[in-house]
Write a protein of this length. Structure first.
Lengths: 169, 290
């Protein structure tokens, strides 16, 4: 259930993101709020729950962004694995770590999508290096928004948190 | 085999979740894939959510921009109101200047059309059009500018009156509507002679000495005849109205609407080169001989 809840939350977030970007800048810049969900799953989810959540969130990203099927789903699962690897190697806790990883995650998704598309679709249809500045701004904004999204994710996880039954349970 | 699968099931699941989309991507990357049923179902479910969230976010942000962000707008509105009032004042002044320029342009065009005649332009600085006493306009030019009594005063629309008295820097003009004003005129259409005399009413004169036999009709324009030795020929004086031709008597009676509304005159031209005016110019105001 938890991965499904994450996917529904990702859907809500995608809608919120679209509405916010309409008002704030009118598309002059972008933000990848769903990358935060994937990073959160990597930091706080289990292998199965987390990877399923990442897969689902990636699927939503693909659906909402209109990218070729599987592209962002693959990258989201890849990001999940990367975050798991980093969190195993380094003790990452707190909002700053989440913000840092979210920013890097957004960059990972953007750069990954760019590289994959450049190697698969025709040159004129693929994004170019001129989007680098926009990607960096997106990463920074995503990092800035991470603590706020984390509040929602924390509440969501709390609903699925089960107390271990004790002696009296 | 089953044990192996059980042992590495998490790893296998993650690998499938990772590689399956990659395969889908490579197989669909070069062609625009249609949304399948699952995609459409998710979008169908997501649309109301997206719409609701978008509506809420829009309302919240709209409320922010419409109320909270308007803090300080009252002071700004006051500033702008003051600015609008200042601009309105400036606009009115500019409109006034424009109207004045228009009047002066007409006067200039009139004086240029009048050939050899020499004019002095003057501004009306005082008006006395009371029922009692003379009806005069005071000009800001006087003897110093070459003005002398009996000089004709006019605007582009027609005759205003004649100079009645002068001081060094001002002059009084007896307007056509004064009871003491009488101007020799002709009916422009038939060349019939008559006199236009003031009635003391600023918007009405009367026609004197128009022979009953003369062909005059209401609406006939009247121009100066030049026979009074003051006004040159051909200046518009007014228009005949309320004609009354009786069965007996020597003259017919009529009212005349002056061509110039003396209550609205602001700038005038004084004809200073009239032969008659030069003749009657008092010695004190005559130009000094070298």
């Amino acid at each position: 259930m938890k991965p499904l809840a994450h996917v529904v939350f990702a859907l809500l977030l995608a809608a919120l993101q679209a509405a916010l970007l309409r008002w704030l800048g009118g598309g002059a810049f972008s933000v990848a709020l769903l990358a935060i969900c994937v990073v959160w799953a990597g930091l706080h989810g289990g292998n199965v729950d987390g990877s399923l959540a990442a897969f689902g969130v990636g699927y939503v990203m693909d659906l909402m962004a209109g990218t070729p099927k599987g592209l962002l789903t693959f990258l989201a699962v890849g990001l999940f694995l990367a975050v798991r690897a980093v969190s195993v190697a380094v003790d990452l806790k707190g909002r700053a770590a989440l913000a840092l990883l979210s920013g890097l995650g957004a960059l990972f998704l953007s750069v990954g999508a760019l590289l994959l598309l450049r190697n698969t679709v025709e040159a004129e249809g693929a994004p170019g290096g001129e989007l680098a500045g926009r990607m960096i701004v997106e990463a920074l904004l995503t990092a800035a928004a991470a603590p706020m999204v984390a509040l929602g994710l924390r509440r969501l996880d709390a609903r699925f948190h089960r107390e271990e039954s004790g002696l009296l349970g | 085999m089953v044990a192996l699968l059980k042992r590495y099931r998490e790893l296998l699941l993650v690998a499938v979740l990772l590689l399956a989309p990659l395969g889908v991507f490579f197989s669909h990357a070069k062609k625009d894939a249609e949304r399948n049923r699952v995609d459409r179902a998710v979008v169908w479910v997501a649309t109301p959510i997206e719409r609701a969230v978008g509506w809420t976010a829009t309302k919240v942000l709209g409320g922010w921009y419409g109320y909270v962000a308007l803090r300080g707008s009252h002071a700004r509105a006051q500033e702008l109101t003051i600015r609008v009032e200042q601009l309105e004042l400036e606009r009115q002044q500019l409109a006034e200047t424009k109207a004045e320029a228009e009047r002066l342009r007409k006067l200039l065009a009139f004086s240029e059309l009048s050939g050899e005649r020499r004019f002095v332009g003057a501004r009306v600085i005082g008006i006395r059009l009371g029922a009692v006493g003379r009806q005069v306009l005071t000009l800001d030019r006087g003897a110093d500018a070459g003005l002398a009594p009996l000089m004709p005063v006019m605007v582009a629309d027609g005759v205003v009156g004649r100079v009645h008295s002068v001081a060094a820097g001002t002059a009084d003009v007896l307007v056509v509507t004064d009871l003491n004003s009488s101007i020799a005129v002709r009916v422009e259409r038939t060349r019939a002679r008559a006199n236009v005399r003031g009635t003391g009413n600023p918007d009405l004169c009367r026609l004197d000495y128009a022979l009953r036999a003369e062909d005059i009709i209401e609406g006939d324009p009247l121009v100066t005849s030049g026979t009074d030795g003051i006004f040159p020929r051909g200046l518009v004086v007014g228009k005949v109205t309320k004609l009354d031709r009786k069965q007996h008597g020597l003259f017919q009676e009529a009212k005349v609407v002056p061509a110039v509304d003396v209550t609205r005159v602001e700038e005038v031209l004084v004809l200073t080169s009239s032969e008659r005016a030069a003749e009657i110019q008092p010695a004190a105001y005559a130009p000094a001989k070298p």
